[in-house]
Design a protein around this ligand. Structure first.
Ligand SMILES: Nc1nc2c(c(=O)[nH]1)N[C@H]1C(S)=C(S)[C@@H](COP(=O)(O)O)O[C@H]1N2
Ligand SMILES: [Mo]
Length: 213
């Protein structure tokens, strides 16, 4: 029995179902449902060169791990059904993501016991941070498909992280690696005042370091 009431990821027809999609009211406070999927990011859409692209796990791990795009595609794959909540108040429901689960990727390294946070690294120096526990949830994945189609470059192709239970800015597009840390370090939007964790259900939109009123 689940003693602490933590919502569980379930498997239905081979798809991992994020527990937030089972809530009676699926729209978090202050959010509005959107039917079209907006594009939102800082900077420009990077180009993808499969010959030079790599993905790295580094920081406080026993041994760093690196793979090419083809090696990544050869790993066991998952499908995840989840909702997507942007802090600018739109929520896109029923996304079907396909890729490699975070747990599968992370199984290639031994994380040191002092690790509590990760800093996710994308193209052009863009980063986002989160607690290790949120990153390791069973519904988190590195995805290259959405609703049966390859992600378009503006939605993060060739690879984006998807963290279904945090605000969408934690779902890094054009991701290239993950750094394991003992102490929390703000990423790009977090340095500008966004929350260090970003739980949409408790409206962790902005952190203490945000701009003064
Ligand atoms: N590399 C990168 N990833 C990013 C961002 C960004 O600026 N750069 N913006 C984030 C924000 S604020 C949101 S809401 C989502 C939006 O994803 P979408 O454009 O696919 O809707 O991407 C996130 N991932
Ligand atoms: Mo966002």
């Amino acid at each position: 029995m689940n003693m602490d009431d933590t919502p569980q990821v379930t498997t239905e027809d081979g798809v991992l179902v994020s527990p937030d999609t089972k809530r009676t009211n699926r729209i978090p406070p202050g959010q509005v449902q959107t039917r079209r999927w907006p594009v939102l990011h800082a900077g420009s859409v990077p180009s993808f060169n499969p010959a030079t692209w790599d993905f790295r796990l580094f920081g406080l791990v026993e041994q760093e791990w690196r793979c090419t795009y083809n090696e990544l595609l050869a790993l066991p794959q998952v499908k995840v059904k989840s909702d997507f909540h942007c802090v600018t108040t739109w929520s896109l429901l029923d996304c079907l993501w396909e890729g490699v689960s975070v747990r599968e990727i992370v199984s290639h390294v031994t994380i040191r016991p002092e690790v509590r946070f990760v800093l996710v690294h994308s193209e052009e120096g863009w980063t986002t941070n989160m607690p290790l526990a949120d990153f390791l949830e069973a519904d988190c994945l590195f995805a290259w498909k959405h609703n049966g189609k390859a992600l378009t470059p503006d939605h993060g192709y060739p690879l984006r992280l998807v963290v279904p239970r945090l605000y969408a800015w934690k779902s890094a597009k054009w991701v290239r690696g993950v750094e394991f840390l003992e102490k929390d370090e703000p990423g790009f939007w977090e340095s500008g005042g966004y929350h260090m964790r970003g739980d949409p259900w408790t409206e962790e939109r902005y952190g203490w370091s945000g701009p003064a009123e």
